[in-house]
Design a protein around this ligand. Sequence first.
Ligand code: FDM
Ligand code: MG
Length: 215
Amino acid sequence: SNPNLQSRGALVVLEGLDRSGKSSQCSEIVSYLQSIGLATELWRFPDRDTAVGKMISAYLSNESNLDDHTIHLLFSANRWEKRDKRSLMEEKLKAGTTLIVDRYSYSGVAFSSAKGLDFNWCKVPETGLLAPDIVLYLDITPEKAAERGGYGGERYERLDFQRKVREKYQDLQDASWKIVDACLPMEEVQKKLREHVLELIKACQNGKPFSHLWL
Ligand code: FDM
Ligand code: MG
């Protein structure tokens, strides 16, 4: 049989600035898909529970300092380590589970290049990871995002820096991206995301082939 025509789950990535509503919308989509009987899991990067994730977490909370290149590679390693022994991500998808992923390689490139690291250098360690079937970008200006109760105390949660990140996100957009206005009422954002995801899940059930970064 043609392996390209195997039914599988969808790899859905949500991206956006801090306070764009990503995490809430991720949980919402997961509950919705599960409620209509679709096998779905919520993933997020960084995954702070792994050994590498703990180093990332210490860095983000300013408990440790690392060279910009070093932390960039740790974020990337945190995605690669999900392939320990076997590709957990691909296995889940092949088993028919849809993965809703809160941040992925695009955050990796956008945040590190916003610090001044070379954009193409930032992309290299992500090469060969599974490409998402869709990137749902929750678009918001950093000013509007800041109005939503402000940022927490983590590194990167500053208006001037978020402005740079938004520009880098714009340079990363490709055909797999859907831009959703994050300032619409929450129910409308929710509705748009659900529509995109349901259409995609159908395509994946019909054997949409996998692809890898960078498309
Ligand atoms: N971040 C996230 C990066 O700098 N690189 C990455 O590869 C990823 C996945 O980590 F400021 C940044 C983005 C954000 C911070 O993310 C922590 P959460 O979603 O706020 O936990
Ligand atoms: Mg954050």
